[in-house]
Design a protein around this ligand. Structure first.
Ligand SMILES: NC(=O)C1=CN([C@@H]2O[C@H](COP(=O)(O)OP(=O)(O)OC[C@H]3O[C@@H](n4cnc5c(N)ncnc54)[C@H](O)[C@@H]3O)[C@@H](O)[C@H]2O)C=CC1
Ligand SMILES: CC(=O)C(C)=O
Length: 292
């Protein structure tokens, strides 16, 4: 693929459309997200490591799973119920010569998070990297329309789930291992129609910093990635058709990002390339300046 073609592919226009359930389904998206950069060649940065990626069946998580596979990691994908998407990600990951298992679970439930980690240890004998990525959002125009149930669902999925997964994982992690939490640009600049969602991302950023200090002595690094607007199933599953069409248009780069453009940051934070980084967040957002 020439550089020009590569750029055109990333910048593909998206006509407005919606999906009628959350989590959305990648298989049903048109156009499909770009989940793999064919020019990305692995160099064994994660060789023989074992990674859990929650929300790894689709979107950014799928792109991370494929990049980790190219770097030699065996993978367990945790996801809610999008079985076809999960199988497709497993198939692509395994085409790179690693083992990939899929595991349907509810990240809101502590005991299911513990079972996912046990499943990983039973299958692979160890765990080196936890990517906390599963999340939901419920855009709501009027602040007063945000229901108690919606607040609970968003917090229980987006931050309780991250903490439950980290608590289950930490006893198995050792020096050099890593936790990576997906937060969002909305944690830093807010979002008038994603109020409780942005608050969970603020919590994820604080959780990342706090846990990094707690685990630094053990040599376990904890970092985050804060994506801007990225074309994933989350977007048509939760935004109006008009918002889907315009998504990302107001960033300095003037476009949405593709999942493949996030994956290298997750590789860096999982590998020795970030050996002197902990408690940090990488901002992959099309050019928004972030002040902390
Ligand atoms: N797409 C975007 O523009 C942005 C996304 N993010 C973050 O990315 C994550 C969402 O991933 P995307 O790749 O965008 O979309 P996605 O729709 O591909 O991923 C959402 C994932 O969350 C999982 N999930 C939802 N509820 C769950 C539950 N109760 N138990 C287990 N898994 C559950 C789904 O199975 C799915 O894999 C969220 O954490 C979100 O905050 C952050 C900033 C921007
Ligand atoms: C969903 C989300 O966090 C953005 C930035 O679109």
């Amino acid at each position: 693929m020439t550089e020009k073609n590569k750029y055109e592919r990333v910048d593909e226009a998206v006509e407005g459309y919606t999906q009628d359930r959350q989590p959305g389904i990648e298989k049903d998206m048109d156009p499909k997200p770009v989940f793999e950069d064919e020019n990305y060649k692995g160099s064994e940065k994660l060789k023989d490591k074992v990674a859990i990626i929650t929300g790894g069946d689709s979107g950014i998580g799928r792109a991370v799973a494929i990049a980790y596979a190219k770097e030699g990691a065996n993978i367990v994908i945790g996801y809610l119920d999008e079985h076809d998407d999960a199988e497709k990600t497993k198939e692509i990951a395994e085409s790179h010569g690693v083992h990939c298992e899929t595991y349907a679970f509810d990240v809101k439930k502590k005991e299911e998070c513990e079972k996912l980690v046990k499943f990983t240890i039973d299958n692979f004998g160890k765990l080196n990297v936890l990517v906390n990525h599963a999340g939901v959002q419920y855009p709501t125009e009027d602040f007063l329309d945000i229901t108690e149930a919606q607040i609970r669902e968003t917090f229980e999925t987006n931050i309780y789930g991250f903490i439950f997964m980290a608590q289950a994982a930490v006893p198995h992690l050792n020096k050099g291992d890593a936790i990576i939490n997906t937060t969002s640009v909305t944690a830093y600049r807010g979002s008038p129609e994603l109020i409780e969602y942005s608050a969970t991302n603020g919590a994820i950023t604080s959780f990342t910093r706090s846990l990094s200090g707690n685990l630094a002595e053990k040599g376990i690094r904890v970092n985050g990635v804060a994506p801007g607007p990225i074309y994933t199933p989350l977007i048509p599953a939760t935004f109006s058709a008009e918002k889907v069409e315009k998504h990302g248009g107001s960033t300095p780069m003037g476009r949405r990002g593709q999942p493949s453009e996030l994956a290298p940051s997750y590789v860096m934070l999982a590998s020795n390339d970030s050996s002197y980084m902990t408690g940090q967040v990488l901002h992959v957002n099309g050019g928004d300046f972030i002040t902390t």
